[in-house]
Design a binder for this molecule. Structure first.
Ligand code: NAP
Length: 228
């Protein structure tokens, strides 16, 4: 990944931390963004913190404009921003929860795609890797808002893959099961952590999809199972 300019959204998150580290270890220049990210969050000359908000078109565009003005181009978008809400049946989900899931999981990717695609097309070898969830394709009871928002995200990524193939851009979405993050351990202290998906493994897949070896893979929605 040497010489590649990589934007990681949600770079301070449970998964985003691993994705950022994996790209840095692979030699990329990484711009890590989240609302509260700081330069001190990662060591290494290749890391550049770019605090920002991607819940609006303008916020996403500001982040991408600053990447392009500083580095001249963008080769890879690794989009990890997202969030979970569950526990209510569809008849009981309140409007605010439904809207929050759409904002976090669908609208954020829409905004960052619109902002990054013009510059990713210029790369000639642009890569888009987004993080969905197994729930996008295997919805279960009590996760209707989350599953629907992630399913719509999968659809958007596949559309973008088809629309930008002519410029050498690939777009894929990874669908992890429950991951072994500090937040999940705190939320589910009685769970069997051993069966959860390791964020480091997902991060490795993200970097592989962005690498030269992954250039023929596009329009894929790739589930990642834990040790189950
Ligand atoms: N954890 C799991 O078990 C699991 C399972 C399947 C799929 N996933 C998916 O995997 C992805 C990563 O999950 P995670 O557990 O790592 O999430 P997380 O720890 O909550 O991280 C979310 C990241 O997004 C940033 N963020 C949130 N809202 C933002 C906004 N409006 N603008 C900019 N940045 C924002 C947060 O940082 P700031 O607060 O600093 O903005 C943080 O860096 C998500 O898409 C999630 O749905 C997670």
């Amino acid at each position: 990944m040497k010489g590649k300019i990589v934007l990681v959204t949600g770079a301070s998150g449970g998964l985003g931390t691993y994705v950022t580290r994996a790209f840095l270890d692979a030699g990329a220049t990484v711009i890590g963004t989240s609302r509260k990210i700081q330069q001190s969050d990662f060591t290494g000359a290749g890391f550049n913190a770019n605090p920002g908000e991607i819940s609006s078109r303008a916020g996403a565009q500001t982040i991408v404009d600053s990447v392009v003005s500083r580095f001249g181009r963008l080769d890879v978008l690794a989009h990890t921003v997202g969030g979970f809400a569950g526990g209510q049946s569809v008849t009981d989900i309140d409007d605010a929860t439904f809207q929050r899931m759409l904002d976090l999981n669908l609208n954020s990717v829409f905004h960052i795609l619109r902002a990054t695609i013009p510059t990713l097309r210029k790369s000639g070898n642009g890569r888009i890797i987004a993080i969905g969830s197994r729930a996008a394709v295997e919805p279960g009871p009590g996760v209707g808002a989350y599953s629907a928002s992630k399913a719509a995200m999968v659809s958007l990524i596949k559309t973008v893959a088809a629309e930008n193939r002519d410029a050498g851009v690939t777009a894929n979405v990874i669908l992890p099961g429950t991951m072994d993050t500090p937040a999940n351990r705190m939320a589910m202290p009685g769970a069997d952590f051993a069966g959860w998906v390791q964020p480091a493994h997902v991060a490795r897949l993200v970097v592989w999809l962005a690498s030269d070896a992954g250039k023929e893979i596009s329009v894929a929605a790739i589930p990642v199972f834990g040790d189950v």
